[in-house]
Design a protein around this ligand. Structure first.
Ligand SMILES: Cc1cc2nc3c(=O)[nH]c(=O)nc-3n(C[C@H](O)[C@H](O)[C@H](O)COP(=O)(O)OP(=O)(O)OC[C@H]3O[C@@H](n4cnc5c(N)ncnc54)[C@H](O)[C@@H]3O)c2cc1C
Length: 443
């Protein structure tokens, strides 16, 4: 198979990248599962945007503060400054966000935001954005979408990417030749027992990067979301109780019904407080009390969360719900520059799989959809800017040894092991550094 641009992943990053490529380019989007099965569809709270110039400084500072000032300031600036352009595109495609009676966008708030600057559609913002992008993609004749098609390796030589090896739905393994490859494979939640992510998101792009010596960044930065619905059942995915619920007034309570933390602090701080409280109380969860939010607001703004809890036997207008932290987001990833280029030529990474440093050590709520879209567009623009210098390697494609892809199952298992090992090693290293700093300070 042959295409001009191969995009791996049909989440918001992959789709928006495809839409920003010119119509004369043949674009192939592949996805491991059905087109709609990705974390972009699950996003509940919303997407940040720069409302107006007066909010720039506080948006910037909120993002940096949440990221422990380890963020790449230029990436943060690009994200904020590009947000209105991205929102304009989404509205043009037909995305329907919540508006007031004058047709102006409404804004909500989440933890660690000093202002209301998050656009939303009830508690299904990700679905609204991603289904709109998917419809738009399906209208484009130059973009093909192949479901149940999994990238299992990159085709590369001398640090230049020429395509990918993929497994098709019927199990056949084949090569796709491309001028550019964009890895938009999402997060790593499938590697964890408790995660809000889809189980098939297993950091595959990271495995390719490790195998091919492509640079990674901040792989020890894994975000744990403070509040997912606690269930004794062996659920395949933890259900998220969005942070915007706390933004609208919900509070956390210990086993005796007492509050124990400021619920609007950054995620990592709230998570730590919950875990400490659980240990102190000897419990497997804490309680989240949604009753401070008026019942009408609950039904209008958070219908899915209310319904999910109802199905689990909890009426959120009358009682608290049990919540527990779970793996949620990966701040680290394949290292990219501000144009989303990886360290390998002709290879880009966008969305949660990439790390341009925008989130630092801890992502500010609702910055992920925005960052994914902003830097996906930049990847598309950059590919077109350097299309005249594309290198081809027909010999490599033709003579590629396909024998090493005979046992895809073992290869996949090994890929997961590689990624987990990389993350755990980086985390162990970070812990050792912290310990030695403490010793030096005499703490
Ligand atoms: C429950 C939940 C709620 C969230 N709420 C918010 C929110 O309110 N606001 C916000 O900003 N962010 C939120 N996030 C985070 C945000 O949704 C994600 O970070 C973002 O959507 C990632 O987009 P993506 O395109 O990078 O990845 P995804 O949307 O996850 O897409 C990844 C794609 O890659 C494909 N893929 C993976 N591996 C392969 C492979 N080897 N071969 C082929 N295809 C592959 C998958 O099938 C999928 O199509 C939330 C996340 C979750 C889980």
């Amino acid at each position: 198979m042959k295409t001009d641009i191969l995009i791996v992943g049909s989440g918001c990053a992959g789709l928006y990248c495809a839409l920003n490529l010119p119509e004369e380019k043949d674009v192939l989007v592949i996805t491991k599962a059905e087109a709609e099965c990705n974390d972009s569809y699950l996003a509940q709270g919303g997407m940040c945007m720069l409302k107006d110039e007066t909010d720039y400084n506080s948006f910037f500072v909120d993002t940096m503060r949440a990221g422990h000032y380890e963020n790449d300031g230029k990436s943060v600036d690009i994200m904020i400054r590009s947000s209105q352009d991205v929102v304009e595109d989404l509205l043009r495609y037909g995305a329907d966000f919540q508006k007031d009676e004058n047709g102006e966008l409404l804004f909500t708030r989440e933890g660690a935001h000093s202002e209301k600057r998050i656009i939303y559609r009830e508690d299904v913002t990700g679905q609204e954005i991603t289904s709109t992008l998917l419809e738009e993609v399906r209208r484009h004749r130059n973009i093909r979408l192949m479901e149940h098609t999994t990238m299992i390796d990159l085709i590369a030589e001398d640090n230049v990417c020429y395509g990918a090896v993929v497994q098709l739905e019927d199990g056949t393994v084949t090569k796709i030749e491309a001028d550019f490859v964009v890895m938009a494979t999402g997060g790593i939640g499938g590697l964890y027992r408790h995660s809000t992510n889809y189980r098939h998101l297993t950091g595959d792009a990271l495995a390719m990067a490790i195998r091919h010596g492509i640079e990674l960044k901040d792989v020890d930065y894994v975000q744990i979301h403070p509040t997912t619905f606690y269930s004794k059942e062996d659920n395949d995915r933890s259900f998220l109780i969005s942070e915007s619920v706390r933004g609208e007034g919900a509070v956390l309570r210990d086993k005796n019904g007492n509050r124990f933390v400021n619920e609007l602090l950054p995620r990592d701080v709230v998570t730590k407080a919950i875990l400490e409280q659980m240990e102190k109380d000897g419990t497997e969860h804490v309680w989240e009390d949604l009753r401070p939010i008026p019942a009408e607001e609950l039904e209008n703004h958070f219908p899915n969360i209310v319904e999910y809890c109802r199905q689990k036997g909890y009426d959120v207008t009358k009682e608290c719900i049990p919540v527990v932290p779970a793996q949620h987001y990966f701040m680290g990833g394949v290292k990219v520059n501000h144009q989303s280029r990886t360290s390998m030529e002709q290879l880009y990474a966008v969305g949660e799989t990439a790390c341009n440093g925008v989130h630092g050590k801890n992502r500010l709520a609702s910055n992920s959809l925005l960052e994914s879209l902003v830097f996906a567009k930049r990847a598309a623009q950059d590919m077109m800017a350097c299309q005249d210098s594309v290198k081809k390697n027909l010999g490599l494609i033709e003579h590629l040894d396909m024998g090493c892809y005979e046992d895809v199952e073992t290869l996949t298992r090994e890929n997961r092991r590689l990624v987990k090992k990389e993350i755990e090693a980086a985390q162990a290293c970070a812990r050792a550094e912290q310990d030695s700093e403490k010793t030096e300070k005499g703490e």
